[in-house]
Ligand binder design. Structure first.
Ligand SMILES: *Cc1c(COP(=O)(O)O)cnc(C)c1O
Length: 360
C-alpha cells in the first residue's frame, strides 16, 4: 500500500535538531546537579516571584504585544532610544526574527564554529546557508577570517561573545576592525547572552556604543542566564529603527507572555541584588578554572558561566564519567564538553571527575 506524505520544505532534511541539556541521572543517596544548560543555579528572587504571581492573575488576557513597559525599562537601562528595543521569546526567538527578516534561499550567513548550536538550525530554517568559520586554537573567534568569508551573498554575520561553548570574548579592537571591514549593508549580530559574567576583561567591546555607531549592528541580550529567567523565555534585540521595525514584523504575535514581561521588569529593578549573585558565580568560575589549571588542564579563558573541556574524541567518555556521579554536562561529540558553573558542591564533584580523568 502506498501512502502519501504531506509535503514539507526540503530544507528540513538538513536542519539539525537542537539537543537540550539533559536532567542529571538520579543515583541513590547522591544529590543530582544539572550543569548542562548554562542555567543560573539561583531561583528567582522573592520580589520577582511576587510580581510573577500577581501577573498570573491576569492570564486570561493577552499580553501587551509590544512589551511597552519592558522595552521602556530596557531602553533606560541600556541607554538607547526605546524604538531600538525589540523584546522576544528569548534571544533565540529574536534571532529567529532576525533571520526571517534578513536571510532566505540562496543567501549566506557567516558564523564561528564551534559556536552556539542554535545558529546552524535557525540559519538553515530560513533557507539560507551557514558559512562556518573555525575558531582559533584558543577558542576565540577569528574575526579577520570571518570578515574575509563575507561575499555578495552574505546577509548576516553572527558573533557570539562570550562564545558558547568555549567562553572567550572578542576584543573591542577586533570588533572595530571587523565592523570596518564588513560592508555596511550586511547585518552583524553580536550575541551577548553571557555579557553580565564578563569581568575583568576590560578589553571587551561596549556593544551599546558600537550599536549606536553602526546601524548594521544588532545586539542580542537575554534574561535567561544572569537574570535567571530561562523558564519564562524573554530576551531582546537592540536594532536601529528600520531593522527594529522589520523584527517587529517577523515576530510571532504576543510572543512574550505577561509573566515574562513582568518578571523581566522586576529583574531590572532588582538588578543590584541579581548582579551580586552573578559576582558569586564569577568567583566560583575563577575557583574552578584555577583548580583545573592546577590539575594540568588547559582550558580557554572563559568569561561566561561555563568552562570548556577540549577533550576531542573523548567528549562522550568525560560526559559519562560526570553522569556516573550524578552530574549532567553537555558533550559535543568529537570536540569537547561544556560544563556550567553551578552550586559549589556540584563544581567540586566535577573537579573530582576532572582530576581522575586520564589525560590524552
Ligand atoms: C543561552 C543563549 C542564548 C539565550 O537564549 P534565550 O533564548 O534567551 O534563552 C542566546 N545565545 C547564546 C549563545 C546562548 O548560549
Amino acid at each position: 500500500m502506498t501512502s502519501l506524505h504531506p509535503r514539507l520544505r526540503a530544507v528540513l532534511d538538513d536542519v539539525p535538531s537542537y539537543v537540550p541539556g539533559r536532567p542529571p541521572q538520579v543515583l541513590e543517596g547522591v544529590t543530582p546537579y544539572k550543569l548542562a544548560s548554562n542555567e543560573n543555579p539561583y531561583p528567582p528572587l522573592p520580589s520577582v516571584l511576587e510580581v510573577i504571581g500577581r501577573a498570573a492573575a491576569s492570564a486570561n488576557r493577552y499580553p501587551d504585544m509590544l512589551s511597552s513597559e519592558l522595552t521602556a525599562a530596557i531602553a533606560r537601562h541600556d541607554g538607547v532610544p526605546q524604538e531600538h528595543v525589540v523584546a522576544g521569546p528569548g534571544s533565540v526567538g529574536v534571532l529567529g526574527q532576525v533571520l526571517t527578516a534578513a536571510a532566505g534561499d540562496g543567501d549566506e550567513v557567516v558564523h564561528a564554529w564551534r559556536s552556539f548550536e542554535a545558529y546552524p538550525i535557525v540559519v538553515r530554517l530560513s533557507g539560507a546557508r551557514s558559512v562556518p568559520v573555525p575558531l582559533l586554537p584558543d577558542g576565540r573567534h577569528d574575526l579577520p577570517a570571518m570578515a574575509a568569508a563575507v561575499t555578495e551573498r552574505t546577509r548576516l554575520v553572527l558573533v557570539c561573545s562570550p562564545n558558547n561553548p568555549t567562553g572567550p570574548t572578542v576584543t573591542a579592537a577586533e570588533m572595530d576592525d571587523f565592523l570596518t571591514a564588513v560592508p555596511a549593508d550586511v547585518l552583524v549580530v553580536l550575541d551577548e547572552a553571557y555579557r553580565e559574567f564578563v569581568r575583568p576583561a576590560a578589553d571587551a567591546p561596549d556593544a551599546v556604543a558600537l550599536h549606536l555607531a553602526h546601524p548594521n549592528l544588532v545586539v542580542l541580550r537575554t534574561f535567561s542566564k544572569a537574570y535567571g529567567l530561562a523558564g519564562l523565555r524573554v530576551g531582546y534585540g537592540l536594532a536601529h529603527p528600520a531593522v527594529a521595525d522589520a523584527l517587529r514584523k517577523t515576530a510571532i504575535p504576543f510572543g512574550v507572555s505577561t509573566l515574562a514581561q513582568a518578571a523581566a521588569v522586576a529583574s531590572l529593578d532588582a538588578e543590584e541584588e541579581l548582579l551580586e549573585r552573578v559576582g558569586a558565580i564569577v568567583t566560583e568560575r575563577e575557583r574552578v578554572v584555577a583548580a583545573l589549571a592546577a590539575q594540568g588542564w588547559e582550558v580557554p579563558a572563559t568569561e561566561a558561566n561555563f568552562v570548556w573541556m577540549p577533550v576531542g574524541e573523548r567528549a562522550g567518555e568525560l560526559a559519562e564519567a560526570c553522569g556516573a556521579v550524578g552530574l549532567s554536562v553537555r558533550a559535543f561529540a568529537g570536540d569537547g564538553v561544556r560544563v556550567s558553573i553551578g552550586e559549589p558542591e556540584a563544581d567540586d564533584r566535577f573537579l573530582e571527575v576532572a582530576a581522575a580523568f586520564p589525560r590524552g
